[in-house]
Design a protein around this ligand. Structure first.
Ligand SMILES: Nc1ncnc2c1ncn2[C@@H]1O[C@H](COP(=O)(O)OP(=O)(O)OP(=O)(O)O)[C@@H](O)[C@H]1O
Ligand SMILES: [Mg+2]
Length: 302
């Protein structure tokens, strides 16, 4: 069954896109139960930094000129087009791997790209109920075709963001990336409140589970980590979710990737340095989704 996993934190710049990139890229590269996972990323942020980092800026401008970004699809759908197929909006990352630079081979990764174009037009011509209907339509089209669908959401979601809410309505499992500092901890209650609103808008028989928090730019040895961890534990306990033990460490070379649309796979040192962290985080997430994993070097067998 396809698992729809949403990466969300209401606060901006906490690593939602970075986490979406790391886990989707890594998961598409390894085998689970001796089988390659089929992985799709849907970019629901009009800024489109996730799509740019996966496909590269040239490919994205090509996709935009062909009117094949997500808002193009959703607008067509809302206008009542009957012949629209989501598969026409899915693009596979090219395998332009530099030989010998990766411990894990580049896998097949599919993306539905975002764009700032037409988002306002979509939002002006649709209601919250339309967003719910469109997310159901998307889910029907994608279910069974992928093992994992990652939904990269923007921060600052509200009732007015009908476009990104389509993504929030698709999600079965939410993960909240956060940094462990005062500003980030203070922002958690609002994020949880917005998840509660999403719950309410979705209705009783269309619910999701909050899997837990992933700590980004975290260093377990620091005072800051110890100081704020307990507060996050309290939020996790109240919500009955976990804090993933594996963290995303600070990755200096990464810091401009999403801002400058540098293709993520070209940052070839990321696995050499951070391979172990990303691997254990991905396996932990997959386990929390109900898979049981035998841990082996370079692969995971269910
Ligand atoms: N672990 C990390 N190490 C170093 N830099 C990081 C790390 N995680 C994120 N960054 C950097 O921090 C910035 C914000 O990250 P990112 O774009 O992933 O956040 P976001 O939550 O998706 O932001 P937005 O709310 O704008 O969508 C980017 O420049 C990114 O490269
Ligand atoms: Mg982002």
């Amino acid at each position: 069954m396809t698992k729809f996993i949403g990466i969300y934190n209401n606060k901006g710049g906490v690593g939602k896109t970075t986490l979406s990139l790391f886990i989707s890229d890594f998961l598409s590269s390894i085998t689970i139960n001796q089988k390659k996972s089929r992985v799709l990323v849907i970019d629901f942020d009009p800024q489109a930094s996730c799509s740019n980092a996966i496909l590269g800026i040239n490919k994205i401008s090509n996709i935009r000129s062909k009117q094949r970004t997500l808002p193009h699809a959703l607008l067509e759908k809302i206008k009542g087009s009957k012949c629209i197929k989501l598969e026409d909006y899915i693009f596979t990352r090219e395998k332009k791997e530099k030989p010998g630079t990766r411990k894990v081979k580049l896998g097949n990764l599919d993306v539905i790209s975002s764009s700032s174009e037409l988002v306002t037009e979509f939002e002006e011509s649709s209601s919250l109920d339309d967003s719910l209907l469109i997310s159901k339509w998307m889910k029907d089209q994608l279910s069974g075709k992928y093992d994992f669908v990652f939904v990269d959401l923007p921060g600052n979601l509200s009732k007015r963001n009908g476009y990104s809410l389509v993504g929030a309505f698709l999600v079965d499992f939410f993960i909240i990336p956060t940094e462990l500092n005062r500003i980030n901890i203070n922002a958690i209650p609002l994020t949880l409140k917005i998840l509660d609103s999403i719950k309410e808008w979705r209705g009783e028989d269309n619910q999701f589970k909050l899997l837990g928090f992933v700590l980004n730019k975290a260093d377990k040895r620091t005072k800051q980590y110890r100081l704020h961890k307990d507060e996050l534990v309290q939020f996790a306990n109240i919500r009955g979710c976990k804090i993933f033990d594996s963290v995303l460490p600070p990755t200096p070379k990464l810091s401009n990737a999403t801002d400058d649309s540098i293709e993520f796979f070209t940052l070839s040192d990321r696995y050499d340095t951070y391979y172990k962290n990303v691997r254990s985080l991905v396996l932990e997430i997959v386990e929390s989704l109900g898979f049981s994993i035998k841990r082996k070097k370079n692969s995971a067998t269910v």
